[in-house]
Structures are given as structure tokens and as C-alpha cells.
Design a binder for this molecule. Structure first.
Ligand SMILES: Cc1cc2nc3c(=O)[nH]c(=O)nc-3n(C[C@H](O)[C@H](O)[C@H](O)COP(=O)(O)OP(=O)(O)OC[C@H]3O[C@@H](n4cnc5c(N)ncnc54)[C@H](O)[C@@H]3O)c2cc1C
Length: 457
């Protein structure tokens, strides 16, 4: 006989303390609502605890080491000594400060926090720990987890993912990274710059194969200059232990030896444990929550935001989802598809993107054109010996409006914002051309880049 559960009625339920869920919960609780937040792990979600925050603190150490070593052409010969233990301790300190801040925000807002894994037990009804709650609005913000690829023996050996990487007291002498996406490249290059011998194994022929090949080529060259070994177009098929050494067999027939193995081979949605069907919530074929332009799932009143909503997996997307959903819940509906996607891979050099590539624009029916300016042709690049990379601008030839850009080079994640903003304002390349930029900055290249549209390609 089924047991009848008498749920507590509350105003809002948020499952997962991710990047969108926490600010929404805080806002609504501060407005006087009874908000229940379920979290099964660390408050603050992936970004704060296992993603952006620790990885960027890690790269701060790594890239400073890399920059010091790269100063020889300037006449600076640095003898870089890495204190790996101190570097990793700082990473955890920065991470923990952010995590503690999230804990405090949640407590200060008066949120009813339930530290348990939650699942639906009825329509807009959720159970976790010893509590069952029901609300007119339920928000799923459960994020993603690392995928474990099919590699014989993987589960029998100690392997690392982003969940455990930052717990290492020091970095391994020999590291194999499975996956040449942005996580594998950032952590792989970082480890190399902090002293590990690193091999990155990637199934496709190009790193970050969804990006433009010449852009990833610049990153690849930098990795090779750092001494990262690349095994492209092959997969790890088996792994086993030989004493303290891991032996990783590749489809190419090669065997790699390592002291540690980092698996960064993609992410999957945290939906299997949620019993979504109990609330009539559908998923797509990949297991991400199906939701409409207003982030509403197939169950009225239940919304999803962030990674689990099957959109580009970035903190700023999840945070912007919160702003949109907050407006929608306040009776001023805002769609999720009215924003320009920008993102950066924080390797050195960085690969930064905004809007559409030329290929994406053409696929969308736009008569797209692009022009590219090499950083070697910008004063800042030559003066500071930061010539690796380029800026590419994409326009709609019908309107001359800017529709996208790819910037690859030193700290290009900063400069790409100007183009994202220009797209937001509907600017054309003529607007960019009119702008008087500061000499000698990389930004000085922007009007020069725009002027390239005056001439045939
Ligand atoms: C190594 C790494 C580096 C990254 N670097 C960047 C970067 O530089 N910039 C960037 O924009 N993005 C970066 N990201 C991506 C970014 O971290 C994510 O896009 C972002 O955290 C997604 O936020 P979210 O709101 O979807 O949920 P998440 O932050 O993933 O939070 C989901 C939360 O839900 C909880 N949860 C899951 N299931 C349940 C359940 N059933 N019950 C209760 N709680 C549950 C989880 O424990 C987790 O705390 C990085 C990711 C990784 C792994």
C-alpha cells in the first residue's frame, strides 16, 4: 500500500545551489517568501567549488609561472621555482572563501536550507532528507557532472575529475588528461606550467573541435611551446595499475605512463536522480530538462535554469537565467534567447568568442563576411612580445552589422566584451571604425580590424 505523504506548503522550492538558483532563492526569501533550497553537496555549486573559482585561482599561479619563463626574449631570464603545495593551498583558500560567502548569503536571507539530495514525489512536490515540500513554483538548478568514458579498467584505478582535482596536495610528476575540451586544456596547461609532464589525449583531430581550427591552432602552438604532449585523433581504451604507475593504452597502440589521470571528457545532466516523471517533467534525448523560451518545463510552475536546462554550460548563462526567471515570476516575462553568448577558454593565450562565427552565421541564413587582424600587426602585440593570436570580426554584409567575433591572444577574454556589447547595441563595422582607440592597447586594433571591411577579402 502506498504511503500518503502530507507535504508542507511553501512558496518556492529550489533544487541545487547553482549559479542561478542561489540568487533567486536569496531574492525571494528576502522578499518574505518561504523558500526551501535543497543541496546535496557544497553550497555554491560547481562554479564556486569545483569549476570556475578554483580553476582560475589555479591558472593564476600557472600562468604567472608561464609568463616568467616566457620573458627570455625581453632579456629577462627567470629561474622559476614552483611551490606546488603553496599554489594548491591558495587555490583551496580562494575556493573556500567563495564557498563560505555563499553559505553566509543563504543563511542571512533566511532560506530554509535542506542539505540532502532531492527528488520529485508528486506534481511540484519534492522530497529530500526527511522533508517533503510542495510549492506553486519549483526551480531545478542541478547542473551537470563529469562523464566517465568507456575505458577498460577506469573504475578500478584512482582517477581525477574536476571534483577531486583541486584536493590534490601537490601536482603529479606525470599527468595524462583525457579530453581536449576547455577543462582539459586549462587544467592540463596549468599543470604543465606548474611543473608536471603532461599528455593530453583527445579523440578528435583538433583540440576544442567546435571552435575555428585556426583559433585552436594558436592555443595548440602555445601548449606545444610549453611542452605539453598531444595525442590527437585517438582514444584511451584501457587503463591499469602497475604499482604506483598508471598505464594508459591508446587506440593508436601506444601506452602512456602516468602518476595521475584526469578525466575531462564531457559532462552529463544531473537529472537521473530527480524522478522528474513524478511531476510530468520531460527531458530531451541527452537527459537535459526540456524547457521553453521562458525556462518553463513541461510541468507548469516548474522551471529549469543553468546547465541542466541544456544550454551552453557557463556560469554567466545560469546567472542570467536567474535574472530572466525572476522577471518572469514577477509578471514581466523575459525570454532566454534574447542574449548574445560570449565565453572564454582561459588557456594562455585565451580563446574568446562572442556571437556567431562566420560559419554559424551562414548556417543561420546570414550573408556573413569576416576579416582577421593578426596581433603581430598591433603595436601592443609587438611591444610586449604578445604577438600570438588574432582578432576576427564577423558582419552581416546585408546590413554591415557586427554579428560575432573570435579573439585569440593574451587576455582576449577582456576585450571580447566590447564586441559583445557592440552586437547588443546593433553596431555596424562603420561604428567601430569611427571609434578613436587608445594607443598602444590591443583595443587599438578594433578600428583597424573594422577598416579591413573597406577592402575586398
Ligand atoms: C573545471 C571547470 C571550470 C569551469 N570554468 C568556467 C569558467 O571559467 N567560466 C564559466 O562561465 N563557467 C565555467 N565552468 C562551468 C560552470 O561551472 C557551470 O556552467 C556552472 O556552475 C553551472 O551552474 P548551474 O547553476 O547550472 O549549476 P551548478 O553550479 O552545477 O550547481 C548545481 C548544484 O546542484 C546540486 N544538485 C544536483 N543534483 C541535486 C539533487 N538531486 N538534490 C540536491 N542538490 C542537487 C549539486 O550538488 C550542485 O551543487 C567550469 C566548469 C568546470 C567543471
Amino acid at each position: 500500500m502506498a504511503t500518503f505523504i502530507d507535504p508542507e506548503d511553501v512558496d518556492l522550492i529550489v533544487i541545487g545551489s547553482g549559479q542561478g538558483g542561489v540568487p533567486l532563492a536569496v531574492e525571494r526569501a528576502k522578499a518574505g517568501e518561504h523558500v526551501v533550497l535543497f543541496e546535496r553537496g557544497r553550497i555554491g555549486g560547481t562554479c564556486v567549488n569545483f569549476g570556475c573559482t578554483p580553476s582560475k585561482a589555479f591558472l593564476a599561479a600557472a600562468h604567472n609561472a608561464g609568463r616568467a619563463r616566457a620573458a627570455a626574449p625581453l632579456g629577462i631570464h627567470a629561474d622559476v621555482r614552483v611551490d606546488g603545495v603553496a599554489a594548491m593551498e591558495r587555490v583551496r583558500k580562494v575556493r573556500d572563501e567563495w564557498h563560505d560567502g555563499s553559505e553566509k548569503r543563504v543563511a542571512a536571507a533566511g532560506i530554509d536550507l535542506i542539505r540532502a539530495s532531492a527528488a520529485f514525489t508528486g506534481e511540484r512536490m519534492v522530497t529530500g532528507g526527511d522533508r517533503t515540500v510542495r510549492a506553486p513554483v519549483v526551480v531545478i538548478d542541478t547542473g551537470t557532472s563529469p562523464v566517465l568514458p568507456q575505458i577498460d579498467g577506469l573504475r578500478e584505478v584512482p582517477y581525477l575529475t574536476n571534483l577531486t582535482w583541486f584536493e590534490q596536495p601537490r601536482l603529479p610528476e606525470r599527468l595524462v588528461v583525457i579530453g581536449g575540451g576547455y577543462i582539459g586544456l586549462e587544467l592540463g596547461q596549468g599543470a604543465r606550467r606548474l611543473g608536471s609532464a603532461v599528455t593530453i589525449v583527445h579523440g578528435a583531430a583538433h583540440l576544442m573541435e567546435r571552435e575555428e581550427t585556426d583559433a585552436t591552432g594558436v592555443v595548440r602552438q602555445s601548449l606545444e611551446n610549453d611542452g605539453v604532449a598531444l595525442e590527437l585523433g585517438t582514444k584511451a581504451t584501457a587503463v591499469k595499475r602497475d604499482g604506483d604507475t598508471l598505464l594508459i593504452t591508446l587506440a593508436s597502440g601506444k601506452t602512456l605512463e602516468a602518476d595521475a589521470l584526469l578525466v575531462a571528457a564531457g559532462r552529463s545532466a544531473n537529472t537521473p536522480d530527480l524522478d522528474l516523471e513524478k511531476s510530468n517533467i520531460a527531458c530531451d534525448a541527452r537527459g537535459y530538462v526540456d524547457c521553453d523560451a521562458y525556462l518553463q518545463t513541461t510541468c507548469p510552475g516548474v522551471y529549469a535554469l543553468g546547465d541542466v536546462a541544456g544550454q551552453p554550460a557557463f556560469t554567466h548563462v545560469s546567472w542570467e537565467d536567474y535574472r530572466r526567471l525572476a522577471a518572469t515570476l514577477a509578471g514581466k516575462p523575459r525570454r532566454r534567447d534574447d542574449r548574445i553568448l560570449s565565453y572564454t577558454t582561459f588557456t594562455e593565450p585565451q580563446l574568446a568568442r562572442t556571437g556567431l562565427t562566420e560559419e554559424q552565421a551562414r548556417a543561420g541564413g546570414i550573408d556573413a563576411r569576416s576579416r582577421t587582424l593578426q596581433l603581430a600587426d598591433v603595436a601592443r602585440g609587438t611591444e610586449w612580445n604578445l604577438e600570438a593570436g588574432f582578432m576576427r570580426l564577423v558582419i552581416d554584409a546585408g546590413t554591415d552589422r557586427i554579428v560575432g567575433a573570435t579573439f585569440v591572444g593574451y587576455e582576449m577574454g577582456e576585450l571580447i566584451h566590447t564586441i559583445g556589447f557592440a552586437i547588443e547595441l546593433g553596431a555596424t563595422w562603420h561604428d567601430l571604425d569611427r571609434f578613436m582607440a587608445i594607443h598602444p592597447t590591443f583595443g587599438e586594433g578594433l578600428p583597424s580590424l573594422a577598416r579591413l571591411f573597406e577592402k575586398p577579402a
